[in-house]
Design a protein around this ligand. Structure first.
Ligand SMILES: [Zn+2]
Length: 322
């Protein structure tokens, strides 16, 4: 099937009590690792491209790689989405350039300005058969060009969501309930430690999510910054010359719970980066004489596939839903 929008996949996800994975793509191995896992698991998927990915890999290369994945994975719906579109022009360029979904992120701007720009993107997108994700509330953390300190982050105010969705006409809404971008989602001071001395992050604000869902029945909610930063990857990285002390993510059981509620799209990026880096660091340590990139990119691609398979089956619950 050709590239699809997220409309149908979110509707099914909402009704079915699961979430679709939205994975960031930057190169061929990442596209292949993700889509091979989704094809095998018969899972719908959102492949998303950030402004940084377009700067790194070039818009045309990314679109063509995703088109190749669509051809190689004929059994699953795939949407191509712009992650964190900063302005109308970037969104327009992706809408004109083959994307089926865009995010306009004006969450750092005042409410009325966020409404105004989002509405403009929605009008252009809908006229071209493309759907729009918007954001209310501000996540902490670092993601490509988006950088927000913990002090400047704020939870979504549920009392604003109806007005925002009505005025903008957006198709899905990213909210801030305590997730965070990057591999260092929380400082040790924000966390507690369990008996093993492992950091436990503060729980997500499910009360905010519930209040938002109550006000927007049937409306798909999106969670950004939802990598779980698997400690086995962090341990492998640290054991092979890396230095990532206190890297920490969102516990998978919390994401599973969100997926069973109104959350229809869960964004995962850092876990892909960690899977690749852990695999390559270990490979270099064990094979200091190897120099063919295929030798270490092949297991790295496999690590992405294994990690994504785990998410589809054990966190998102979208396996078998294509
Ligand atoms: Zn994000």
């Amino acid at each position: 099937m050709p590239l699809v929008t997220t409309t149908e996949m979110f509707k099914k996800a909402y009704e079915g009590g699961y979430a679709v994975g939205a994975f960031n793509v930057n190169n061929m191995e990442i596209v292949q690792g993700i889509t091979e896992a989704c094809q095998e698991q018969k899972a719908p998927v959102v492949l998303q491209v950030s402004k940084g990915a377009r700067a790194y890999a070039n818009h045309t290369y990314l679109v063509k790689m995703v088109e190749a994945a669509v051809k190689e994975c004929p059994d699953i719906p795939i949407a191509l989405h712009l992650d964190h579109g900063p302005d109308f022009e970037t969104c327009k360029s992706c809408i004109d350039g083959g994307f089926t979904s865009v995010m306009i992120d004006c969450s750092s701007k005042p409410f009325d300005e966020n409404v105004e720009i989002t509405k403009k993107v929605v009008e252009y997108a809908h006229a071209h058969g493309v759907v729009v994700e918007a954001e209310l509330g501000t996540l902490a953390g670092v993601e490509d060009d988006v950088q927000v300190s913990a002090e400047d982050s704020s939870y979504t105010h549920p009392e604003e969501v109806e007005e925002f969705v009505t005025r903008t006409g957006c198709d899905s809404l990213a909210i801030a309930i305590g997730t965070s971008h990057g591999a260092y989602k929380f400082t040790p001071e924000q966390c507690t430690r369990n008996e093993q001395g492992i950091l436990v992050p503060p729980p997500l604000r499910f009360d905010v999510l519930e209040e938002v869902s109550k006000r927007l029945p049937g409306f798909p909610i999106v969670l950004h910054g939802s990598s779980s930063v698997p400690q086995n990857f962090v341990d492998i990285i640290n054991a092979h010359g890396g230095k990532m002390p206190d890297a920490i993510g969102i516990p998978e059981e919390e994401l599973r719970k969100a997926a069973s509620m109104s959350v229809c799209k869960i964004n995962i990026d850092s876990d892909i980066r960690l899977a690749i880096t852990a695999t390559i660091r270990e490979y270099f340590d064990e094979h200091p004489d190897h120099f063919d990139p295929r030798q270490y990119l092949k297991p790295a691609r496999q690590a992405v596939k294994d990690m994504v398979t785990h998410k589809l089956v054990h966190v998102l619950g979208c396996n078998g839903k294509a």
